[in-house]
Design a protein around this ligand. Structure first.
Ligand code: VG1
Ligand code: CO
Length: 540
């Protein structure tokens, strides 16, 4: 074992989902190792414990995995379980941590951010419940990165990551496992594969765009078990640079899928996932499903899948996610929890059994089967629902709106803004929040406004400054927040939501429906005026 001297880096504060930086930043001397050592220094119980390691296959994945293995050995772990080829999707890693009763796991990914030598890399630590480290722990890790002065690292050759089986690094066992097998088995237990298989055998066509990211091998194996045609999965080979694209399943970066689903001869069901496999985009033939609606529809129909046939205990959604799920919770007579953005806030609610299904507007949905959002899971739950109801995605949505009303919704992202300008937008609005109730913006009456804070009902931890909310008296809402996953400048997100009750105009074009709110947002926050950006970079 070696002790190596190091010096702290000042910028290793984890964001919404772990530490994300440009690859070049990670390539600085000991940069990744410092962060990993900070994790190992603050987590207790390493002696005799197992650690899961895997990533989304992006550039630099294998190098950091080798370092992490050597460091795990020197820090007293008894076993490392690593996905073959260094591959584990985020939800598969979460499952493996739980299944193998590991102390935790290192998930190497920058998720939906692009990959390659000039793009992004990331490291996230998940705890023993399989979920992202809660804020208390990420704060402690950050504090440790500020003072770290030595690394513990075993002097050992690289492990062969491409062959299943066990080897040793010092006293520690390294176990290379099939990244797909346990996860696929879990999915077979949760869902009615027989019903889905029958639907597919009847001619139901699927297009799943893995975006050259981690879900390719998972989707291929699972769709094979379901008897789907081979061309059901496209872009199914994980590439270190995701083929030069952003592995972000939204209407901008998954446009090819969108165009196919809107065109002549579209398959029945289209879906895409992101870099690390925790997001999902759902598009029916001729019908895009907004992620917020997807959460609401899945919650309302979950009982059609074997795992949830007894009903769901409650629903949690991140604050900016539309309130469509709230109406489902109300109808089901179950709890609805509104949390800050990021999956780490769902873990306690899931562990306490308060909720079964969780979701975020950013194309994340999941359940208590793991402690991460799960893209392939969402796709399979949709397929299970479709197989049971035997109607189209579009019909399911129209039914849903007819019953619950429709929450027209969009998110506008202003990317790579100058940090000062973004702060000016947020600080300016924050300063005026208190006086907004009773005023009008673009003619719309403001009912209330606040800076969202969350008190975790299970451990009473308080998270402040989680997004600025402006509510209008017709139930519409605008939320403003800064992204915590970007690696360049600041990204401002503006979330727009307008509610149209059942019986109202449910078939409007989303952009048209939201136009009054878009103008109100500009009047409230002055984005164009302050940043000089006339329109958002991404609308999703
Ligand atoms: C974004 C999304 C958030 C999601 C997070 C991680 O965070 O808004 O809902 O949980 O990404 O997703 P932010 O801070 O940039 O808005 V993933 O799939 O990138 O791990
Ligand atoms: Co992701």
């Amino acid at each position: 074992m070696n002790q190596v001297a190091t010096r702290p880096y000042a910028d290793q504060k984890p964001g919404t989902s772990g530490l994300r930086k440009k690859v070049r930043v990670f390539q600085q001397e000991h940069y990744a190792a410092n962060f990993i050592q900070a994790v190992f220094d603050v987590v207790e119980g390493k002696a005799g414990a197992a650690l899961v390691i895997g990533g989304d296959g992006r550039f630099y994945n294998r190098e950091v995995i080798q370092t992490a293995i050597r460091m795990a050995a020197a820090n007293g772990f008894a076993r490392v379980i690593v996905g073959r080829g260094g591959i584990l999707s985020t939800p598969a890693a979460s499952h493996l941590i739980r299944l193998r009763k590991a102390l935790g796991g290192l998930v190497l990914s920058a998720s939906h951010n692009p990959g390659g030598p000039d793009e992004d890399f990331g490291i996230k630590y998940n705890v023993s419940n399989g979920g992202p480290a809660p804020e208390k722990l990420t704060d402690a890790i950050y504090a440790r990165t500020r003072e770290i002065d030595r690394l513990l690292i075993a002097d050992a050759p690289d492990v062969d990551l491409d062959r299943d089986g066990e080897s040793r690094v010092g006293d520690m066992v390294v176990e290379v496992v099939d990244p797909v097998a346990d996860y696929a088995e879990l999915m077979e237990r949760l869902f009615d594969f027989a019903a889905i298989r029958e639907m597919i055998a009847g001619g139901f066509r699927i297009r799943f765009d893995a975006m050259h990211a981690v879900t390719g091998p998972y989707a291929r194996e699972i769709f094979r078990r379901l008897g789907a045609r081979e061309d059901s999965v496209v872009n199914g080979t994980p590439l270190p640079d995701f083929g030069g694209h952003h592995p972000d399943p939204n209407l901008v970066h998954a446009k090819a899928l969108y165009d196919e689903m809107m065109g002549e001869g579209a398959p029945d069901f289209g879906a895409a996932s992101d870099g690390d496999g925790d997001r999902n985009l759902i598009i029916g033939k001729g019908m895009f499903v907004s992620p917020s609606d997807s959460l609401a529809v899945l919650a309302a129909n979950a009982h059609l899948a074997p795992a949830y046939q007894g009903g769901i205990a409650g629903i949690a959604r991140s604050m900016p996610t539309s309130q469509a799920a709230d109406r489902v919770a109300e109808a089901l007579g179950i709890g609805l929890y509104e949390t800050p953005t990021g999956w780490k806030f769902f873990g306690n609610l899931l562990d306490a059994g308060l909720v079964t299904i969780c979701g975020e507007e950013s194309a994340g949905t999941g359940s208590n089967h793991v402690r991460e959002k799960d893209g392939v899971w969402a796709v399979l739950l949709w397929l299970n629902v479709l197989a049971k109801r035997r109607v189209s995605v579009a019909e399911i949505l129209r039914d849903h709106w007819a019953r619950f009303g429709r929450n027209y919704y969009a998110r506008h992202d202003y990317e790579a803004l100058a940090v000062d300008a973004a702060n000016q937008v947020m600080d300016g609005l924050r300063a005026r929040l208190g006086g907004l109730a009773g005023t009008r913006a673009n003619g719309l009456a403001v009912a209330g406004a606040d800076d969202f804070e969350y008190l975790d009902p299970t451990d009473q931890s308080l998270s402040r400054n989680q997004g600025l909310r402006v509510r209008f008296d017709d139930g519409s809402r605008i939320v403003f927040r800064l992204s915590g996953t970007g690696t360049e400048g600041a990204t401002l997100r503006v979330y727009l939501e307008r509610y149209e009750p059942a019986g109202g105009d449910l078939g409007m074009d989303v952009g048209t429906a939201l136009q009054p709110l878009i103008a109100a947002a500009e009047e409230l926050a002055g984005i164009a005026r302050i940043t000089g950006r006339a329109r958002p970079d991404v609308v999703t």
